[in-house]
Design a protein around this ligand. Structure first.
Ligand code: HEC
Ligand code: HEC
Length: 324
């Protein structure tokens, strides 16, 4: 009779085991964020599409450039979306409302909030304005990625930045420092001066950039620098707030480079550090998806371990009983 009781347990055990394998093997469940690859891709194209695609920039100025006369840049830069629309995506209504970057060209933030991706694509392929035609250079997939980024990936950070001092409001510097040291210091140095890049015609450190153009800093830390191996916060699962925390910390780094300090010692990251599977958490829905997929993965694993344990115990009991 005892045998019969036990015999019931085995099918249940097998079902549990199979179920947990199924959960783990479901890439669509665990890697739900891969459907969002278009956002970082679109963001990189927005920053610098020819660098992102390893192409040569077109010759001369972008045709629309001649519609303005305040901004004296010329050549390749005039073909970058960001040159006309701004790192805060607000064009003439945002950070580019004055200064050497001013063009008078509109932002894309409002369009991104109110228009459908197809309408954005009609803007990008010249259907609405033949001078605003990127279809000779960008594939259909690229235009889709841009439209996806513009309609779902734009973040208005102005609520989190003091528009007079450009300091981060409500940031958590400790979290920022931790993330910075884990993900950024290996290339940029503990003091942000390990890599010098060009900003407004000068060699800049991260401290300089964070204080002078926080929007550019935020876009870059979320989406990387096209054409380099820089990490992409979005793909690390950073939330918008994580990005602002890192900005806050970076604003405390030295703003001008002095004699380089000794090479930074990188704190080793534990090999098992739980990389959250992605969730950009740019919206409630994506963060929910991420949370669910993480839970599903965790749950699947727990069930697997529990099922294995139960299996071993049952097997032991069975062996002992059958000996009697
Ligand atoms: C040389 C400057 C310039 C560049 C580069 C540029 N744009 Fe524009 N963009 C404009 C101007 C000017 C307008 C509005 C007038 C028009 O439609 O031509 C505009 C309009 C838009 C609009 C519509 C905004 C609305 O309110 O409907 C979107 C979206 C847009 N651009 C996205 C992009 C993207 C994406 C890129 C890069 C692939 C890009 N732009 C590159 C100048 C530029
Ligand atoms: C694998 C190396 C690497 C890592 C890790 C890295 N970066 Fe970078 N970063 C680069 C390179 C290369 C550049 C481009 C320098 C240039 O333009 O010459 C760059 C440029 C930047 C820029 C300025 C780009 C510009 O022109 O405005 C910012 C801001 C930045 N990184 C922030 C970060 C942050 C924040 C992190 C951590 C999340 C990070 N980086 C991690 C390699 C890295």
């Amino acid at each position: 009779m005892k045998r019969i009781d036990l015999a019931w347990f085995f099918p249940i055990y097998v079902i549990l085991l199979a179920g947990s394998f199924w959960t783990i093997a479901q890439p669509s469940l665990v890697l739900a964020q891969n459907a969002d690859d278009e956002i970082p891709r679109g963001a990189a194209l927005f920053d610098n599409w020819w660098a992102a695609l390893s192409k040569q920039p077109p010759k001369g100025d972008m045709p629309l450039w001649s519609r303005q006369s305040t901004n004296t840049r010329s050549g390749p830069d005039t073909w970058r979306c960001v040159t006309c629309h701004g790192w805060d995506y607000q064009g003439k209504d945002g950070a580019y409302r004055a200064g050497s970057n001013y063009t008078g060209f509109p932002g894309i933030y409002q369009a991104g909030q109110s228009k459908k991706p197809e309408e954005i694509i009609r803007q990008l392929d010249g259907s609405r304005d033949p001078s605003h035609d990127f279809s000779p250079y960008l594939s259909k997939a690229d235009l889709n990625a841009l439209a996806k980024f513009i309609t779902t990936g734009l973040i208005d950070d102005n609520k989190f930045i003091d528009l007079t001092t450009l300091k981060t409001l409500n940031g958590n510097s400790e979290n920022g420092q931790k993330l910075y040291e884990e993900q950024c210091a290996s290339c940029h140095g503990m003091d942000g001066a390990g890599l010098k890049f060009r900003f407004e015609g000068m060699d800049a450190t991260l401290g300089t950039l964070a204080n002078q153009d926080p929007w550019r800093f935020l876009h870059k830390s979320r989406f990387g620098t096209p054409g380099t191996e820089m990490v992409i916060g979005y793909n690390l699962g950073w939330t918008p707030q994580d990005g602002r925390d890192v900005l806050k910390y970076a604003q405390s780094l030295p703003a001008s480079q002095k004699a380089s300090p000794p090479a930074p010692v990188m704190p080793e990251r534990p090999a098992t550090s739980p990389q959250q599977p992605g969730g950009p958490a740019t919206s409630f829905f994506t963060s929910l998806l991420t949370a669910l997929s993480v839970m599903a993965a965790g749950l699947g694993f727990n069930i697997l371990v529990a099922a294995a344990l139960v299996g071993i115990i049952l097997l032991l009991v069975w062996v002992i009983r059958s000996r009697k």
